[in-house]
Design a binder for this molecule. Structure first.
Ligand code: FES
Length: 126
């Protein structure tokens, strides 16, 4: 597949750009949604955590509509790497911030593979 450059140069406007799905559906929808699993509060928490840090470069944390991985939610995706994460708690967000954003390492226990059909198993779950 050929890549098409859409900017005047090869740099990105943001060094790190994070999209958190905060989509909410009517109760009982078969696919569920990220908002009903806590993504609105966790997005706000992530945004505050990132604001409090220095040295990350130009970072933007945006709310997103449905990213079409609803059954795996809450989900977020971090660019430019295109890394997808499932998260459920402030502890998960803290780990994504410290490991991924600050140390440049994957939080493997939370990574959503492209072919995932279920959220990753988290600590304390069978
Ligand atoms: S509702 Fe979050 S990915 Fe669809």
């Amino acid at each position: 597949m050929n890549r098409v450059l859409t900017t005047m140069d090869d740099s990105f406007f943001y060094d790190i750009h994070i999209f958190c799905c905060v989509n909410q559906r009517v109760a009982g929808h078969p696919r569920g949604d990220c908002a009903s699993r806590g993504s609105i509060d966790l997005h706000a928490y992530l945004k505050e955590r990132v604001k409090s840090l220095a040295g990350l470069g130009r970072v933007r944390v945006n709310q997103a509509g449905c990213l079409d991985r609803c059954e795996l939610g809450p989900v977020l995706v971090i660019y430019p790497q295109g890394t997808w994460y499932h998260y459920r708690s402030r502890d998960d967000i803290d780990e994504i911030v410290s490991r991924h954003l600050q140390e440049g390492q994957l939080v493997t226990r939370l990574v959503l593979r492209h072919d995932a059909s279920r959220p990753p198993v988290q600590a304390g779950q069978a």
